[in-house]
Design a protein around this ligand. Structure first.
Ligand code: ATP
Ligand code: MG
Length: 369
């Protein structure tokens, strides 16, 4: 996976995350039809957003929105049921996630946000695609292996969720999906299912291209174990910086972040993953290269360097935290945002399912009242 980032090169300012044609099997050559460019991305309401979600996904959505791209975002609540959860907590997480996206700069007049479960066609298309997907293919996906290791009872939903993810993307005929490296295999499955469907039933879906950061944003690592990525659902809350952390919490977590026994600040993700993760995060916060961060930190040992990083993170995150708190006071507004998003998504979903049903041969009563 690490090799992938090195292969990704900027195309232009607003497309700097695209994997160029020919690097993966998402080549644009595989798209005989020219589909209008459309970007979709989802995020699970499994907990409070962390800086991995922010740099790997949300910040890009905002940048794409600002450069005039056609972007739509969904809160993947059906996905968040694949692991044990509490209904009251899920409801709270949905509001919190909506508030966080708004606080990070998503403008729903330009970028609709919808809640996946409000569009029942997603689950319907998931079933149709599951009839084109082998169990063998699903069993190879790394996220299933990782997440199933955490639970005693493995539910079918956890096994199937990449098919639902493919349905989420194909339903809206998206051409590009910005995300972190952890999603690459699932996106490959979505592209595969689009190809299988198109070959069997006629061209219906674009073959999506993933948009993965070429810098550290593709995989922000855990502060407690840099061999893992930061995750909302990691049991250790010290492993991630969340968008609602107070300045004191940010300082404490960065101070305790795992580094190594060398005191110099260098960027060498292979041999010094802990300190390189911090430098990578810092480079994203300051919008400079990791080397520039190292050059500016020549005089500092890692202990003193952590203090500088913590203050820069506080400056970035504190205004966002305050905005999240404001949005959370107005639940009616958050409801209205999700309702508007649902209305936009429903139109596409109805049209897609009409087409899909007619292609697969089950459109018998489609024109009857
Ligand atoms: P969970 O632990 O519940 O799976 P998560 O932190 O992995 O939560 P998701 O909702 O699965 O978050 O993913 C939302 C988006 O954030 C996806 O585009 C994913 O690729 C991206 N993302 C998640 N974690 C990271 C990370 N550590 N670095 C960069 N991007 C990330
Ligand atoms: Mg995840």
């Amino acid at each position: 996976m690490r090799g992938l980032s090195a292969l990704v090169k900027p195309i232009n300012a607003c497309q700097k995350w695209i994997v160029p044609a020919g690097i993966t099997h998402f080549s644009t050559k595989a798209q005989p039809k020219q589909w209008p460019r459309k970007i979709i991305s989802g995020i699970q309401p499994t907990g409070v957003l962390h800086i991995g979600n922010y740099f790997g996904a949300v910040q890009r959505w905002v940048q794409m929105q600002e450069s005039g791209e056609n972007v739509i975002i969904f809160l993947a609540d059906l996905h968040s049921m694949t692991m044990p959860y509490e209904p009251a907590q899920l409801r709270e997480n949905i509001y919190e996630l909506t508030a966080t996206l708004l606080a990070c700069g998503i403008d729903t007049k330009k970028t609709p946000i919808f809640l996946q479960s409000t569009i029942p066609q997603h689950a319907e298309l998931c079933w149709i695609l599951s009839c084109l997907c082998t169990m063998l293919r699903l069993s190879h996906l790394p996220q299933f292996k990782e997440k199933s290791a955490e639970v005693k009872d493995i539910y079918t939903g956890l096994f199937m969720y990449p098919v639902l993810q493919a349905a989420d993307i194909l339903m809206h005929k998206a051409t590009h999906v910005p995300c972190g490296e952890d999603q690459l295999q699932q996106l490959q499955l979505a592209a595969h299912l689009a190809k299988v469907f198109n070959t069997k039933f006629g061209e219906t879906f674009p073959i999506i291209e993933p948009m993965i950061g070429q810098d550290a944003s593709g995989r922000i690592r855990s502060l407690r174990d840099p061999s893992k990525k930061q995750s909302k659902s990691d049991p250790s809350d010290q492993s991630r910086i969340i968008m609602r952390d107070s300045p004191a919490a940010i300082r404490k977590k960065i101070k305790r972040a795992i580094t190594d026994f060398t005191s110099e600040v260098t960027y060498d993700p292979e041999n010094r993953p802990g300190v390189s993760n911090l430098v990578g995060i810092h480079a994203l916060v300051k919008n400079v290269s990791p080397q520039e961060i190292c050059d500016q930190s020549k005089e500092l040992d890692t202990g003193k360097y952590k203090l500088v990083l913590a203050e820069d993170l506080v400056s970035l995150l504190d205004p966002i935290r305050l905005k999240i708190e404001d949005y959370l006071k107005n639940r009616d507004y958050l409801d209205s945002v999700l309702k508007e998003g649902r209305d936009v998504a429903a139109q596409t979903a109805e049209a897609t399912m009409k087409e899909v049903k007619s292609r697969i041969g089950v459109n018998i009563l489609q024109n009857c009242r």
